[in-house]
Design a protein around this ligand. Structure first.
Ligand code: SF4
Ligand code: SF4
Length: 89
C-alpha cells in the first residue's frame, strides 16, 4: 500500500517535470528576417529577458531563445515588421 502510493507520487512528479521541461524548451519560436531589419536595436532594448545580443551592424542576434516568455514586445515594437514570435497558448 505504502509502496504503491510512493510509486504513484514519483510518477506524478516525473510527469510534471517533463511537462515543465518541455514548456521551457519548446514554447516559442522567434523568426527574424534580417533583410527587413535595419539594426535600430529597439527589439533588444525592449526584450525583458535579454534574448538578443547585437552584431557589429547593430542587428539582433537571437542568443538565448530558451528564456523567451512570448510577450511579443520585440514583434510589437519593431518598426519594420522584421520579427515574429509564434507558439505558446
Ligand atoms: S526592432 Fe526590428 S528593425 Fe530594429 S533591430 Fe530589431 S528587428 Fe531590426
Ligand atoms: S517575445 Fe518577449 S521575451 Fe521573447 S524575444 Fe520577444 S521581447 Fe523577448
Amino acid at each position: 500500500m505504502y509502496t504503491a502510493t510512493v510509486r504513484r507520487k514519483k510518477r506524478y512528479y516525473a510527469e510534471c517535470w517533463e511537462e515543465l521541461h518541455m514548456g521551457v524548451t519548446k514554447k516559442f519560436q522567434i523568426i527574424l528576417d534580417s533583410r527587413l531589419c535595419k539594426g535600430c536595436g529597439i527589439c533588444a532594448a525592449f526584450c525583458p529577458k535579454g534574448v538578443f545580443t547585437r552584431d557589429d551592424d547593430g542587428k539582433p542576434v537571437i542568443s538565448d531563445d530558451m528564456v523567451c516568455i512570448g510577450c511579443k514586445m520585440c514583434e510589437l515594437r519593431c518598426p519594420d515588421f522584421a520579427i515574429r514570435v509564434t507558439g505558446g497558448i
